[in-house]
Design a binder for this molecule. Sequence first.
Ligand SMILES: NC(=O)C1=CN([C@@H]2O[C@H](COP(=O)(O)OP(=O)(O)OC[C@H]3O[C@@H](n4cnc5c(N)ncnc54)[C@H](OP(=O)(O)O)[C@@H]3O)[C@@H](O)[C@H]2O)C=CC1
Ligand SMILES: Nc1nc(=O)c2c([nH]1)NC[C@@H]1CN(c3ccc(C(=O)N[C@@H](CCC(=O)O)C(=O)O)cc3)C=[N+]21
Length: 297
Amino acid sequence: MSADLIDGKAFAAGLRERVGEVAAAFAKAAGRKAGLAVVLVGEDPASQVYVRNKGRQTIACNMESFEYRLPAGAQEAELLELVERLNRDPAVDGILVQLPLPHHMDELKVIAAIDPDKDVDGFNVVNAGRLAVGQPGFVPCTPLGCMMLLKDRLGDLSGLDAVVVGRSNIVGKPMAQLLTAASCTVTVAHSRTRDLPEVVRRADIVVAAVGRPQMVKGDWIKPGATVIDVGINRVPAAGEGKTRLVGDVDFDEAAKVAGAITPVPGGVGPMTIAVLLRNTIVAAHRNEKIALEEGSL
Ligand SMILES: NC(=O)C1=CN([C@@H]2O[C@H](COP(=O)(O)OP(=O)(O)OC[C@H]3O[C@@H](n4cnc5c(N)ncnc54)[C@H](OP(=O)(O)O)[C@@H]3O)[C@@H](O)[C@H]2O)C=CC1
Ligand SMILES: Nc1nc(=O)c2c([nH]1)NC[C@@H]1CN(c3ccc(C(=O)N[C@@H](CCC(=O)O)C(=O)O)cc3)C=[N+]21
């Protein structure tokens, strides 16, 4: 391996530390803690672990965690009612409805029901629109976390060639918008892209958000490029019933060529939760009309 490792886990820990300090000051000034509500529908084991982690980290950052669980068979109307109640609750600054939802629910409709000023995931169309036109709003946590890692590593990104593989509303698209806003020359690749290896070879910055284990190979990477691997794929591992996590990038190959690369686990994943907490404390300051010192996060 010749690439530098981009330690998302360590960066996320630092960010949580800063969020925790800001949240403690907020609690004093506002006379209450900032609050994050997380809604989980169904019993998916991975989502349960993930929601539990979020709750723990929220409390560790001096904020209040509210967890709501609905059975997999719950009606969409019941979920919409809960979201409305959380919209009105002054103790709740941020609302996250864990995705994916059961198939009988319309995700877009549920996300649209969240008050845009409590939408700390940044998935609501109002926030997507704000990002598209460059107005302040909430930016989806995963792409914002990737940007923090990139800026920390590279400083000014202007003029760099960036390739984003994947065009989902929650990762690929907002990622491309953030890179465009940072003055990169951005290419968005997807399942219909012709000669993906050749497209990726042009990139100074590669962001892989595909959901295909180890798809991006070492010989797709321009020597010295910065590689951000968003993929979280659980694959079978040696040993009966064992599994492990791998990214969308073939790490061992890519690390021989890249200048820097994020690992999976320990890269983008921990950043996502840390940014969620960051967005929540930002939301709390806006809701209480308390100024948040520039640069404190
Ligand atoms: N680290 C974190 O915090 C997070 C990680 N993730 C992970 O990131 C990955 C992507 O997530 P998400 O964006 O939600 O996924 P989606 O399934 O919504 O989108 C996947 C994208 O990849 C494209 N794609 C699929 N196959 C190929 C291919 N063979 N070649 C090129 N492009 C392809 C699709 O193209 P098309 O549009 O043409 O279908 C689509 O745009 C997953 O592994 C997910 O688990 C997601 C969220 C947070
Ligand atoms: N409304 C909503 N918002 C989300 O942000 C959201 C969601 N729904 N649904 C699921 C995806 C996925 N996602 C991850 C976040 C952190 C890790 C993470 O912390 N990963 C650790 C490893 C965790 C493990 O070991 O399983 C790591 O990469 O080091 C992973 C995945 C957020 N998502």
